[in-house]
Ligand binder design. Structure first.
Ligand code: ATP
Ligand code: MG
Length: 563
């Protein structure tokens, strides 16, 4: 299966798909006319929470034969950058989705939005206010108290039109005026208490340059952009539920070309991390991580660098499901999806993380090539040749001089299997002056080539190994949760919430030579250890691998505990 082709994923079922199906059955929308959109604000990189929204919007469009737009919600020039736009496009594509020709920017609609603001003024539905942002806040009231009307609320239409035009021409300073909708200062919904539609921002915009010095607010831009594009189902997270009456008010009061509807679902929260852009920006800008694509980050680019396959992220999004209840998902579930996917697709290799030298005393040849299976889950992946020689490395933890009862791996006098090679028996333990074990001397049985004894003699352990003269020395980066607590509570001190062991660097790991050819983007299984992928920092002289996930599945454990 092509890992990046999302159209091959299983269809899902949830309350939003039920709504879409009902709309089709009732004839409100025709099959093929379903239009959704993913509307990121280009003020940061995408994270796993965005992936949930991307998967939802693009798969609904695919399942019902419609289309999904990628629309940049670029209404705030102060925080937005071109770098983010490019990164977002790369990430959506990498997740396996394609917007085709339907790439849009809210800034493309600035002129139309301005005309619609004029329309509201002419209809007596908007006015220019002189109150400062702080005064507007103070007039807004609370959940239990109504707001107070601005003294400028009764301004005549002509005066409003004149002031609004002059705002556009740049005649006023920032904060001197805003344009507000005239709705209801006593509304039980605070969003309807004369929300701000336009503010003056003397900032150049990445796309429109200096053409504008007034910019529409999110609320004014969003629904109208949906209407312009013919979006049928505008899907967003729950915090916008209270904005829906305002969304509908604009659609009711403007001559828009279509009537989109907004539906809300709960946002994704994940243990041991944060998904707030403000916090992610802080992690990067304060240098707590090495950039947006640091493999510890919950960003799409971080997960990609870490070796997570896009199919695993889509699978995760599907399993999390779409509901209206807020909850926190275990990071272990995401890792479980990664393991399930990689178990099927990742080529197997041998690597020793903590090497202990082994000499095979009776091995006569200098070396030979042995055949190893690339992926026991996928016969088509074939086999490869692995060099074997007189000097090898095994994992230090696979030997014990004085083994307890349940330790079945190598020990003095004991025979074990070296995977794809031979049965070997430990004959002698060599120590340095301080008493540390520095080498094992073993003998091998030449009759056991490939790993099976002729008489059916059994051994209880199979160890991975790497031939010493052929081994590549590598740096391995092992990752642990970025935040110490399951649900990090971050006060003023972000650093205090971080896990000081979020990265461990192992130098001097030994890799089988085939690993010299792996490229970033390819994730492999190091047998008995975990899944690893080359980091972009890797080179032939200095291989660097990231641990994607260890083999052990803590999610399976959590599940068996709770069932
Ligand atoms: P902020 O973190 O600053 O509130 P945001 O995460 O909402 O910003 P946007 O760029 O506006 O960032 O998000 C684009 C889309 O992704 C929106 O439709 C938003 O609802 C959705 N989205 C954002 N975070 C999540 C999340 N954690 N789970 C599901 N959807 C999300
Ligand atoms: Mg947002």
């Amino acid at each position: 299966m092509n890992d990046t082709d999302a159209t091959l994923d299983e269809p899902r079922s949830d309350f939003i798909r039920d709504i879409v199906r009902a709309d089709i059955e009732a004839g409100r929308v025709r099959v093929g006319d379903i239009v959704t959109r993913f509307p990121p604000e280009p003020n940061g990189y995408l994270h796993i929470g965005h992936a949930k929204s991307i998967c939802l919007n693009f798969s609904i469009a695919a399942e019902f034969g419609g289309r999904c737009h990628l629309r940049f919600d670029d209404t705030n020039p102060v925080k937005e950058e071109e770098e983010y736009i490019e990164a977002i496009k790369t990430d959506v594509r990498w997740l396996g989705f394609d917007w085709g020709e339907h790439l849009y920017y809210a800034s493309d609609y600035f002129e139309q939005l301005y005309q619609w603001a004029v329309h509201l003024i002419e209809a007596g539905n908007a006015y220019v206010d002189d109150l400062s942002a702080e005064e507007i806040r103070a007039h807004r009231g609370t959940l239990t108290e109504p707001g107070r009307e601005s003294p400028h609320r009764g301004r005549a239409v002509e005066e409003n039109l004149d002031l609004f035009q002059r705002m556009r021409r740049g005649e006023f300073a920032e904060g001197e005026h805003v344009l507000r909708a005239k709705i209801d200062m006593a509304s039980g919904n605070i969003n309807l208490r004369d929300p701000v539609l336009y503010r003056i921002l003397k900032a150049a915009h990445p796309r429109t340059g200096d053409a504008w010095c007034i910019y529409p607010t999110y609320d004014f831009a969003h629904g109208q952009s949906d209407a312009i594009e013919g979006i049928t189902h505008s899907l967003c997270t729950l915090e916008f539920a209270d904005h829906r009456p305002l969304y509908d008010w604009f659609i009711d009061n403007l001559p828009v070309p279509s009537r989109p509807r907004q539906y809300e679902f709960s946002r994704l929260n994940l243990t041991h991390t944060v998904l707030s852009k403000r916090r992610l920006i802080q992690l990067v800008s304060e240098g707590h991580v090495k950039g947006w694509d640091d493999p510890r980050m919950p960003t799409i680019s971080g997960l990609r660098r870490r070796g997570f396959p896009p199919a695993a992220i889509r699978d995760f999004a599907g399993r999390v499901g779409i509901t209206k209840s807020d909850n926190v998902i275990e990071m272990a579930l995401l890792e479980h999806c990664v393991r399930e996917e990689l178990n099927l697709s990742a080529p197997r290799r041998m690597a020793v993380l903590d090497p202990l030298k082994v000499t095979i005393e009776n091995y006569p040849q200098s070396e030979e090539m042995l055949e190893a299976v690339n992926n026991p889950e996928d016969a088509a992946a074939g086999t490869r040749k692995v060099p074997f020689s007189r000097t090898l490395f095994i994992e230090r933890g696979d030997f014990m001089e004085d083994p307890p009862k349940k330790f079945f791996r190598l020990a003095p006098g004991r025979e074990v299997r070296l995977r794809y090679a031979y049965l070997v028996t430990c004959r002698e333990v060599v120590k340095d002056n301080s008493g540390e074990i520095i080498e094992l001397v073993c003998s091998y049985d030449p009759e056991t080539r490939g790993g099976n004894a002729p008489g059916g003699r059994k051994v209880k352990a199979t160890l991975h190994w790497v031939s010493a003269p052929h081994a590549l020395d590598a740096e391995l980066r092992l990752y642990n949760p970025l935040f110490r607590d399951e649900e990090p509570k971050i006060g003023d001190d972000l650093a205090a919430a971080l896990n000081p062991q979020s990265i461990e660097i192992l130098k001097g790991a030994k890799l089988e030579p085939a690993l010299a050819e792996a490229l970033p983007g390819e994730t492999l299984q190091f047998e008995r250890q975990g899944y690893f992928c080359p980091d972009p920092d890797t080179s032939l002289e200095h291989p660097v691998y990231n641990r994607t996930v260890p083999l052990r599945d803590s999610w399976a454990k959590i599940q068996s505990k709770s069932s």
